[in-house]
Design a binder for this molecule. Structure first.
Ligand code: EPU
Length: 416
């Protein structure tokens, strides 16, 4: 098992480019099932979760090929509506294939996704919405079997603005015979990218990015080419890495509008940020200020996926910060590892109290989830001495060449 070794204390300087968004491309990969044709996806990140999705697409009968970071999926040859357990277990978010397979095949059988490293991951909102669309669902022996003749278009209200449920409903309704509205829909930028992708295919969807999305069903879809939006969480991670080392870095290929909830927190930390059309420069020469109260919330609130990276930064702030994790109940696992590095953090339920220390110290730590892995590496960039980060299978789910990019802006970091 490889590890990342970091010699902390080097200021990051220069420019780094952000790759395409994992959480945008995963539902787009599910959407490739819909058109029965060619899908060309530019700036597709080479990540473990993307490869897991490609295995599902191949299992369904799609042809998949790469040209650099361009992915080509041909879904004309789909031959089954069944995803076996071993493929579903690879990635919890593969539940978003359900809507697309139902739409294309009118039947879908997938293994139940179960829990994950972030705690139990219920799919009750997906199931409730599907039932409202007239889809017959049988949940037994660890499988979800769905069947529908015609989607019964309806007004669906989500009790919580779930990203995955919003995407699944959009996918399920694209090829229907009427109009479906989703209220209290998730407003994340990745939902807007999915709408753009589907509309390029010939779908008629509007409202993504607001809390009401309208899907007017169409009869058929066509070939599509699309560039995935940049990954705002990867961008946030490079900003956090810059902040914790007191460096100055330009993070390129970002959409400033997507970054506002993150930029505002770095500004609250007293750091200087300059925004350009497609880049942000963070100058972290000043001491990092504590933050009174930071809450993770659905977009446009502060994203839960950036919580671990920002916690690493706040662990060396000039006072005490309070972080409330409102999205996932088990998303503080990195805290015990940060403590091994000298961070002073107490947890009470969903609240973390982070008392800033002068500097972290290098230690052997183990990542147990994706964003926690990034948080630990960011902490290692500050720590005195050597930090060894284990559990890289989690990092590789969402960051392409993280250590290589950090190296290119001055970090002393290697994987071995
Ligand atoms: N929830 C339910 N019932 C449901 C669906 C969700 O109770 O039927 C709860 C979840 O348990 C969770 C909350 O609602 O507590 C939010 O879940 P949501 O459905 O919005 O999240 P998701 O679609 O499962 C996506 C991202 C996550 C990101 C969240 C929140 C993808 C592939 N995943 O997950 O990304 O944290 O939205 O923004 O888009 C990550 O990249 O590290 C990651 C975990």
């Amino acid at each position: 098992m490889s590890k990342i070794i970091i010699e902390g204390g080097r200021k990051l300087e220069g420019a780094v480019r952000v790759h395409g968004s994992k959480n945008a491309v995963l539902p787009i990969l599910a959407a490739t099932v819909l058109n029965g044709g060619k899908n060309v996806i530019y700036d597709c990140p080479k990540l473990k979760d993307v490869y897991a999705s490609l295995e599902i697409l191949k299992c369904l009968g799609c042809n998949v090929s790469w040209e650099g970071n361009t992915l080509i999926v041909d879904s004309q040859t789909i031959s089954t509506h069944y995803i076996p357990e071993n493929l579903m277990r690879e990635m919890r978010s593969s539940i978003i294939f359900l809507g697309a397979i139902i739409a294309r095949c009118r039947n879908a059988i997938i293994s139940y996704p179960g829990g994950c490293e972030l705690g139990p991951r219920p799919i009750d909102l997906h199931i409730k919405a599907f039932k409202q669309l007239g889809i017959k669902i049988d949940e037994s022996h660890g499988y979800i079997s769905c069947k529908v003749d015609n989607i019964e278009c309806d007004s669906i209200h989500l009790d919580f603005p779930s990203v995955g449920a919003t995407e699944n409903i959009m996918l399920a309704c694209v090829l229907s015979n009427g109009i479906t509205t989703i209220s209290n829909a998730a407003k994340e930028p990745e939902i807007v990218d999915l709408q753009d992708y589907l509309n390029k295919m010939g779908a008629k969807i509007c409202g993504a990015g607001t809390s009401v999305i309208t899907i007017e069903g169409v009869k058929s879809l066509k070939d599509v080419c699309h560039t995935v939006i940049p990954d705002r969480i990867v961008a946030a991670s490079y900003l956090a890495a810059t902040a914790i080392t007191g460096g100055t870095v330009t993070v390129e290929n970002i959409m400033p509008l997507h970054m506002q909830p993150i930029i505002s927190v770095f500004k609250d930390c007293g750091l200087d940020i300059t925004e350009d059309k497609t880049s942000i420069t963070l100058d972290a020469k000043k001491q990092i200020h504590q933050i009174d109260f930071l809450r993770t919330l659905p977009h446009p609130g502060f994203p839960t996926d950036a919580q671990a990276p920002i916690m690493a930064v706040l662990s060396i702030a000039d006072g005490t910060s309070i972080i409330a994790e409102n999205m996932f109940e088990n998303r503080f696992k990195h805290v015990a590892e940060l403590a091994r590095m000298g961070a002073d953090i107490k947890i009470d339920g969903r609240i973390a109290i982070v008392r800033g220390v002068k500097r972290l110290s290098g230690a052997k730590v183990t990542a147990t989830d994706l964003r926690g892995a990034a948080g630990l590496i960011i902490a290692g960039l500050n720590a005195e001495g050597e930090t060894e980060v284990d559990g890289l299978c989690h990092l590789d789910r969402g960051y392409e060449n993280f250590e290589g990019n950090l190296q290119s802006i001055g970090a002393k970091i290697i994987r071995r």
